[in-house]
Each structure stands twice: as structure tokens, then as C-alpha cells.
Design a protein around this ligand. Sequence first.
Ligand code: MOS
Length: 751
Amino acid sequence: MTQTFSSTGSDRFVGSARSRVDGPAKVTGLARYAGEFTGPDLLHGTVVSGTIARGRITGIDTEAAEAVPGVIKVLTHENRPRTAWLDYNYQDAVAPPGSPFRALYDDKIHYSGQPVALVVAEDFETARHAAALVRVSYAAETPATDLTAVGDLAYDPPKKRSGIKPPPKPWGDADAVFDTSAVKLRETYRIATEHHNPMEPHASTVIVEGEGRYTVYDKVQGVSNSHAYLASVFGLDKDKVRVMNPYLGGGFGSGLRPQYQLFLAMLAARDLDRSVRVVLTRDQMWSFTHRPETLQTVSLGADADGTLQALRHDALAPTSRFEDYQEVVVNWSAVLYRCDNVALTYKLAQLDVFTPGDMRAPGAVTGVFAIETAMDELAHATGLDPIELRLKNYSERDATAEDKPFGSKALKSCFTQGAERFGWSRRNPEPRSMREGRELVGWGMATGVWESMMQQTSAHAILTADGKLEVGNSTGDIGTGTYTILTQIAADSLGLTMEAVTTKLGDTDLPEAPVAGGSWTAASSGTAVMKACRDVGEQLFKLARQMDDSPLANVDFERVAFAEGRIAVADDPARGVALVDVMRAAGVEKLEATASAAPDKDFNATYEAYTHSAIFAEVKVDEELGQVRVTRIVSAIAAGKVLNPKTARSQILGGVVMGIGSALEEESMMDTRLGRFMNHNLSEYHVPVNADIHDIEVIFVDEEDKANPLGVKGLGEIGIVGTAAAIANAVHHATGKRIRDLPITIDKILA
Ligand code: MOS
């Protein structure tokens, strides 16, 4: 079959399972990460982290550190160069409202773990040793870090965060109708603070190129964001700074915003006029952003048959004292379920912590856990099957967005196909009714939902006379498979092999693209690459028509197809010519185009776009040991067209694994006396390991969507959403215990 420009339909590579094109580089060590690049006379910076959560620095004794041979300088708020103008010009595409954290700005301590000095030395070991010799004294104040103790200090964030929908105004009368409902359920739910912990810690290497030029390698999910940040904060000419990150060892959102190690590396490089690398330690990965602990109350009022009459979802989340971080927590309840009386609220409280940040499906992981556990409780209370209850209250329109219909919503197929694969019909609804040896067995399910988004994105395509195609833009592949899907799209667009295509990413010399986040990269960069290739294809077509005895004479562009390295008449492939022959005949060495893709305004005026999922979980619980094992997960996903079933499946597997972590293990524990996360290492902050993971099956249901020309909706985040609720619901089914406080650790099972 041949391929015309749409990547739906007759594709050769798009839609087929392909291994990662960047896989060999990653597993052989050829791939280099931000902290691995080097330059002449590279210096190494080690961050000294503060030990109190609130107060002032009264003195920093750097004498011993500076006396260590090889130490070049110890930078603190007292001696930092005044070349950074953080006050007025800060730019960061993902920043919430407020005044961003400024490392080494003054003597004020905002949170525990705050960087208070940077020790710069000729080698890493010296810097690390000397950092341990820096003595900091403080005037400490009592920090407030307990979300349960904020009382009436909670507030509605006055400035809304760009791109984050605030809760809609209430409709109907949720409280009055709740009071008179036949079935009433009001419970509180909590999700613990989580830290992202990508494998690759945050790192920045700044190479001084001379004449005011810098090349910067930064661990960030979009180099354009770091580029704008550096230019604005240091007053640099954008043309003189190039930021790159060809590979990332994960991000999960921790790399959406430039973090303080980038600032410190550039500060030192400019001060010393030497190249500098700063790599954070694993425990310093607890010294900046995190998924915020959130307290929620869900109130459901229903008829005896399970029809929802009243729905209230209230959330309280912490933020820092300097920024109002916001995420969408409560809206999901009314996106998923139809109800005539709804009230949704989302409040913040300021604590002495760093600003929370987006972590894989921010807000949805939190809010959907609450509503999907509450719906399971309602199913139990009304004696309905959990799927039946969800179908009874199924939404066909988005009540949080002027009641617009969904562009597509194949959630019912997720229920049907997921249930079938899982064997849901064999479930005995009675808790504690299933047992295997010494373990209780539980089956639970939940729905997942995430917004399907697209962002303004550019990309280029360059076809050279040797038949090779390069495409790319500045976004990052955070491990999701972006290199691979863009290569597939480009290859199909011009009828080339994947081997003939090179995809370049993570470089501000490439066309501008947003951060890789929000699950929008496939739709955004994919469409931009397709359009750039289409432009090149049109140029080729024009040249082909100009050839002597052109086989395409009298043929419109709409009737040609690109396949097997040729441009030919779609329904008469013999009438065609090789791309390289077209270029040779025209005497051109290369054809290039830059195109940009943007959200479809007409579509968005009419429809709302979400991905959906149905997650089915089996747990086995040893009641004597309090141990929960997740022995089986089926995750059925409706996310539009799947570009690459292999990388797509990997995205969902990763999301499910992270969901298991969120359900059973992940928790950054705050000692509220010290205002400090106490388990700041991977031995005490648990993430799932191989032994925790058993069967995970992923199903992609058919779904046609028209929000973008590719028909894709994005898969980076949907896999985690709802997974914790499915597990918590399975734990209830196994044990009869309803645990509304994540993670479900041994103590809670034994309690
Ligand atoms: Mo994702 S939390 O938008 O990297």
C-alpha cells in the first residue's frame, strides 16, 4: 500500500510495533546525558543544602572548604555575582503564579534542603569533600509543614495558573440534595507527597565557548524552557546560548521547569569564566519539586438504584510561600459522571516547602483516586456492580466545559474489553469471599481519565540528495519514544525507510517546541513533523513535474503518493520517479521546510478531548503480614490512534508501575517538627522493583479522534491515572478494609 500524507490509513510504519531508534545508543552507553558532557578545564560544583526549613542564615564559614587544594571558589548569597537579575525578568513556560525560588539570593531560608552554597573545584571528589566542610549557622524559626494543621488559612488561589482549568462554578444544589438523598456517602481521602525520582538526577553542564557564548547541557524536559530562563535571568542574548539534552533518563515532570542546579552552574561559569558542571545527589532530588500531598472530601448522594443526585468534591493542597502551584484535582469527578447537583472546590495552603510541581498526570492521579474509590464505595453501598454503576452515571458531555461533547470517548469499550480480558464476570462481589492459600484475593476496578492536549510546535524536515531525511525540533524525548514515533511519521510521509530518517531533538538550534509534558508531544511534534515533510513533498512534486517527460505531468498533488523512495501516482504506482532522481534532475542538494502545528481552534470550540481507561486489578493480601501484592493488572486504554503499539504499551506499563508505587509504596515523609522529608533516599522511599511487578496487560481499544490530523491523543500519563484506586478497591474486596489514605502500607492493613 502507498501512503498519502495523512498518517491514518495506509501507513507502512505508523501503527506498527517498532523498537526504539535510540535504544542501541542508550543500552551501549553512547547516549550522553546532561551530567556527562565535558569541556576543556571543566570545573565541578557541589551544592551545599541547608538544614533548616525556615529562618535566616546568620553565617557561612567557608574557610576550611576554601583551604582544600583544588577548590576554586565557594559561592554563597554573600559573594555571589550580582549579574543575575532574577527579580524582574524571570521566564519559565511552566511556572505557576508567584515569585520563583532564587538560589543564593539572600539569607532567607524558605524550605529544608534549600541550596545555601556551591563549592566549585577542579574535580568532583574535591568539590564533594569541601562541601562537607562548609559550616552554616542559622537563626531558625518554627516551620509550618503540616497540611492537616492549616485550619482556615486555606485560600482560593487568586491568580490562576495558565493552562490549568479552575473548578467550574457549582450547579444545582449539591448540599441540599445530598442531605435528602437515599444513599449518602461522605469520606475523606489522602494521597501522600511523592517525589519523581527519575533515574537520571538533575544535572547541568555549562561550557564556556568564549566571546560570551555558552553551550549548556541541561536535564530538562524542554531545552527551550531552559533557554528562555537563562536568557531572562542572566540577561543573555538568546543567540549566544545553545541548550541541549539529546537524552534524558526520565523526568515524570521534575524537568518541566529549569531547576536550581542550572542557575548555579551558569552563575559559577560566568563568575569564573570556566566551564562548570553541577550534578545533584540522589538525596538532593528531595530538595525541589514534588507531587503535593492532598486532602480531599468526596460527597456522593444517590438514589437507591445508584443514580447520582449530588456530587461534591473538595480538595486542599499545599503550596510554597512563594508560588501558587495549581493542578486540576476535583474537576475529573464531573468530567466522568453526569450529575445535576455539583460543587467542586480546590484550595491551597502555604507551607514552608518548595513549590510542588507536575508529576505524571498531576492532579488526575490525586483526584481520580478519590472519586474512583468513592464510586466503588457507592457500588458497594447500592449493591451494584462497579461497572454497572459507572455506566449508569456515564457522561456523554463535559459538564466542566460548557457541556461540550467529547470528540471521542471509547470508555465503554475499555470497560467491556478490559472486563472480558480480566474475567470480571467471575467476581463474587462479597468482600473476603475469595481466598488462595493464606492470602485473601481481591478484584477491583477504576476509571482513568486525562486531558488530551496539543501545543503550538514547530519542526523541520531536510531531505538531502542521497535520499536521507532529517527531521526534528527542540523538545525532549524523556524516554517516551518520541524519537521513534517521529521517525515513523517522517518515513511514512515521504515513503522512506526508517533507516533513511534521522530524528534530532533536544537542541535550541532546532525549531522551537514546548516542553515534553502533558502527554501532548505525539500530537504536537508528530503533526509538525508531518507538515514539514508534507512541505518537502510538495517541493519535490513541483520539481518532479518540471522533469523532462515527467511521469507526473497533468497529475495533482492530491493524487500522488510517496512510497519506496519514490513519488508516484497513487492509483498507478508505475507512473513515478525516485526522489533522488528528482533532486538530481533538478540539481538540488537539499530540500528543506519548517512547519508549525497548533491546536485546531474549530475542533476545540466544539469538542473536549480526553483519554480514558479502565483498570482492573487483582491483589493478594496476607493479613498476618499485612502484605499486599498486585498480581494482575489489565489496563484498557482509549487514546485515539496508536502510532507504535510497542512504545505505546511501554508507556502504559510504566504508568501502571508508577500507579502501583503510588498505591502501595511511594511516600515522602515529612517530619513536621523539622519541616524536612526524612526518607530522602531510595532505600527508604520505596518505588516498585521487579519483585513487586507481576502480570500487566495493556489493551488499546479502537477510537477515532479528529482533534489533530494524526488522530492521536497521547499516552504518557493515562497509564497511571486510576491505577491506585483500582488497587485500593481490590484491597477492599479482598479484606473488607477501605483504605482511603495512600500509600496502602503494611501498618494500614494490620490496623
Ligand atoms: Mo508531565 S507531569 O507533564 O512531565
